[in-house]
Design a protein around this ligand. Sequence first.
Ligand code: NAP
Length: 280
Amino acid sequence: MIIDGKRVSEKRLELLKEEIDESGLYPRLATVIAGDNPASLLYVQMKHRACERVHIGSISVTLPGDSTTAKVLETVDRLNKDPDINGILVQLPLPSGVETEKIIEAILPEKDVDGFHPFNLGKLLGGYPTFAPCTPLGVMTLLKEYNIDPAGKRAVVIGRSIDVGRPMAALLINADATVTVCHSRTKDLASELKRADIIVSGIGKARFITADMVNENAVVIDVGINHVDGKLCGDVDFAAVSEKVAAITPVPGGVGPMTIATLMENTFKAAKMQSCRTVP
Ligand SMILES: NC(=O)c1ccc[n+]([C@@H]2O[C@H](COP(=O)([O-])OP(=O)(O)OC[C@H]3O[C@@H](n4cnc5c(N)ncnc54)[C@H](OP(=O)(O)O)[C@@H]3O)[C@@H](O)[C@H]2O)c1
């Protein structure tokens, strides 16, 4: 089975637009970008397009590539204080001179729609409701849409970054899976993968996971985005692995579209939470 993230994301965006229209709210997202990294510019543009589609207002703050930490902090502080802004997304990576950790920590947790603030990551790890990072939360939505229940399953997450691997592991634990996290120092990745019912790969190495590393019943979720000969591909050798496993996401058209749809859902959630607080 091919898990079609494009189809699911389209469906969820349509539903979200209806919900937003019915809510009477006008959620607003602010994006902050520093420098002119082409990939970052493209991602931000895609996010603004999705906002338009679901009737979320969006503003974009573009800072020069030589911005200091203080300058980015000043922008975040202004957006934190702006009652018309419900969600703040600082596009990563920031230029090398900017202290990313300080910037993420400066975003108000209730406007942290990317879910990277330590307060939100801590709540996620504790199993409390919070904003979860969009990519792993999008993976959970995909599993749900395809009736794949992680409860009691052996899940292997490859990668331990704060945007993919770590929150992915927390979400799977919260969904009652038995979770193993692998990374570059894992001794025998293939034998960990062989035993997995669910594999989520966020490595960033083209076609690294091969058919001999997985079992026939596995559900394989490929988060990786790699460029080979001008084409996109995932961490998984899709042609061979898709012939063997029970279900798999393609790249492109798998997890990628879910990340943006989830960002829209997180922004609406932020707007709803903030509106509850301001109603007398
Ligand atoms: N689809 C989407 O929307 C989306 C969103 C975010 C990211 N991505 C993609 O997902 C991939 C991962 O992103 P990221 O931000 O998590 O990257 P990252 O911060 O570079 O993390 C990569 C992880 O992979 C591990 N790793 C590297 N080589 C490995 C190996 N040979 N065996 C096992 N583990 C290995 C690293 O281990 P160590 O910790 O030991 O170094 C690290 O934990 C990238 O391709 C990125 O473009 C996609």
